[in-house]
Each structure stands twice: as C-alpha cells, then as structure tokens.
Design a protein around this ligand. Structure first.
Ligand SMILES: Cc1ncc(COP(=O)(O)O)c(C=O)c1O
Length: 364
C-alpha cells in the first residue's frame, strides 16, 4: 500500500543541487559566512520584504538566539497550541512561559486573553502564526506598545506569507522563520530571524559565532548557530521553486475546500482575502460526535498519514505537566479535534480524491 504522508519535502533536481555546490567544492569553504550563506541571506531579505535578517542553523536555535539577544528575563506570554520548540526556547532561555488561550476561528493567540495575563513581570509576548494562520498583528502591536513589551513572533509556519501585501516579518520586533525539511521552503534544516532594530545585528552575530568580535577578541559567551554552505545551497536551489509550490498547494487546498464543504462533521480552515498564504497545512476540526482519533486511525489504516497537529497541548507534555497554570478551554478543544490532512505541491488529484473519499467514509 502506498503511503501518503502529511507533507513531502520540496527538492530541486539533483543535478541543480550538484551544480550549486560545485563552487563550494572548488573553494573548500564549507561554512562560516561562505558565499552561498551571504547570497541566501540577501535574497531572503528581498523575498520576505524585511530590512534585517540573519540566518541560523535551525529555527529553534534562532528563536533562542533572539530571546537571548534581547536579554529577556521574566514572563513571556505565549500559546500552548504549538510545537514544543516555542515553549522550550522560552524556558531554556531562563524565562517563564505564561499561557494564554487561542481564538477558535484561526487557532492563533487571543489578544484579549493575553492582556488579562500581563503582569509587572511580563517582558514579552510570543505569539505563533500557527499552521499558516496569521495572528491579529494589529492587536499585538497595540498591546506591546501599551505595556512596553517586546513582541517576538514564532513565524515558523509562515515563510513567504504577506498581510496586505506586506511581508509578515515586518510585524513585531522580530520573527523566527523555520526552513526545516517539512516546511514550504527548506534549507534541509534552517532558521531565519527577521528584525526591525539594526542594532540587534551585532548581538545576534556574537551569539551565533562563539562571541567572537575577531579571532583574538572574544567578548561574549556565544554559541555556534551558523548555517553551513550546503544548507544555504539547498535554499538557493529551492527558492526559484517556491512560487510554483505555493500555487500547487493552493490548488490542492481548493480541491479539499470544494469536496469537503457543507459537511457538518468537520470544520474547514478559512482563508482571508487580505492575506497571501503559503498553504503550509490543511487543518480541519473533527466535530462531535465523531472522534478525531478514530478518524486519524481509519485514515492511517488506508495509508494516509494525517497529523494531530498540535496534540497534545504543550502544557500536557510530561516535562511541563502541572508546572504552569493552563486553563485554556479553546486550546484544549482545538487540540482534541484538529487533524492536518496531507498537503504538498506534488500531491496528485487522484491522491486528493482518495483522501477525501476515505475521510468521508470515516465520518459516516
Ligand atoms: C511552531 C514551530 N516553532 C518552532 C519550530 C522549530 O523550527 P526548527 O525545526 O527549524 O528548529 C517548529 C518546527 O517545526 C515549529 O513548528
């Protein structure tokens, strides 16, 4: 039985990748600000429509780096409906996560609940543009200004997304984009911090390069978080494929929306006109009396690997259970009902129709 996974990594033609890395071979410059790294960083700034951007070895460490760069100490308000990385970054940087609830229409952090949770210990808000949905960027901007808080987005899922024709990385003080193999655009593993304040550059560089101002002048206890040339070369090869990949994903979403509309047993995602999405995921909710887990298992038996994304809530992980208050009814409801259907450019119409058919079978 052929398996259909929730996603499939975007890959260039092998020959194109080999051609791209020929110059790396010739130069013997494999890492540390090689020409591929510099070229990719510059191209991503233009593509994402941002003033400042810094590449990292992966998204998680990029997020840790930006929290470290701002020297945040205190409470950071965030969501429990996310990947462990978001919370781990906060905790590993010595801050305390405070969980606010999400909105039921798009699963992003609810600014009203965030405001309720602000205390004199709050230093930042860290919302997640979750599953490709865009947070209420205006409301968060206002909150950050009103309470003088840093606003840092986990933008792992929204590479290339625009809001009112503006790159999503322009919102907030900084955003972290993930470019790992499962994302719409990948550098195999990779992360990018986009930020507003140019003066942050130096600190980010120190954190990324062992705290070295120069080989003999080490001024900061930094780490090693740099992207290597092979990752950057993959990014350069994948960049020209991105628009087409997004177009194909959009078409596939439209098939799902068309074929699944009107079913009361599920809630479909909705897409807003002023946002250019990247169609990274197709999350549906399985409504009662149907059980998400039953549907998930029935699809799995047929070779369809949908994903319970995100389940369980971060606050229910063994490492966090009982540690932080978590009265989050909306987050819990969505985590219990959510199922991401397979979505990627290469998914054929036959495969889509098979998924739709099996999903409907599971909902009788
Ligand atoms: C919401 C979210 N934040 C952070 C990360 C971490 O990114 P990376 O895998 O590039 O380290 C991921 C990874 O999938 C994610 O989904």
């Amino acid at each position: 039985m052929k398996k259909i996974n929730v996603t499939q990594s975007l890959l260039p033609k092998l020959d194109d990748y080999i051609k791209e890395i020929e110059t790396v071979w010739d130069s013997h410059h494999l890492t540390s600000k090689g020409s591929k790294h510099e070229e990719l960083e510059s191209k991503l700034k233009t593509l994402l429509d941002v003033k400042c951007a810094s590449l990292f070895v992966n998204g998680h460490l990029a997020l840790e780096a930006v929290l470290e760069a701002y020297d945040l100490k205190g409470e950071i308000i965030t969501t429990a409906f996310t990947f462990p990385s978001t919370t781990h970054a906060i905790v590993r940087q010595g801050c305390t996560p405070v969980f606010a609830d999400i909105k039921l229409d798009d699963y992003t952090l609810d600014p009203i609940d965030v405001e309720r949770k602000i205390t004199d210990k709050t230093v930042a808000i860290l919302p997640v543009h979750v599953l490709g949905h865009v947070c209420d960027v205006k409301a968060f901007e206002q909150l950050a200004q009103k309470y003088n808080l840093k606003l840092i987005y986990d933008a792992a899922h929204v590479f290339g997304v625009k809001v009112n024709h503006t790159g999503i990385g322009q919102y907030g003080d900084a955003s972290m984009f993930s470019m790992n193999a499962t994302k719409v655009f990948n550098t195999i593993e990779g992360g990018l911090i986009t930020y507003k304040d140019e003066s942050l550059s130096k600190k980010l560089e120190l954190i990324k390069y062992y705290g070295m101002e120069s080989s003999e002048d080490i001024t900061y206890i930094g780490s090693n978080l740099k992207m290597n040339e092979f990752q950057a070369a993959m990014g350069l090869c994948n960049l020209p494929l991105l628009d087409h990949e997004i177009e194909l994903r959009k078409k596939n979403c439209e098939v799902y929306l068309d074929e699944l509309k009107g079913l009361s047993s599920i809630t479909l995602p909705h897409f807003l006109d002023h946002i250019d999405y990247n169609y990274i995921y197709f999350p549906i909710l399985i409504n009662k009396p149907y059980s998400r887990d039953d549907v998930y298992n029935q699809l799995k038996v047929k070779g369809i690997n949908a994903k319970k994304y995100f389940y369980p809530l971060v606050t229910d992980y063994a490492c966090y259970r009982g540690v932080y208050p978590s009265d989050l009814p909306h987050s819990r409801e969505v985590a219990d009902k959510v199922l991401c259907l397979p979505l990627y450019g290469n998914l054929s119409l036959d495969e889509l129709m098979f998924i739709v058919h099996e999903l409907k079978n599971a909902l009788v």
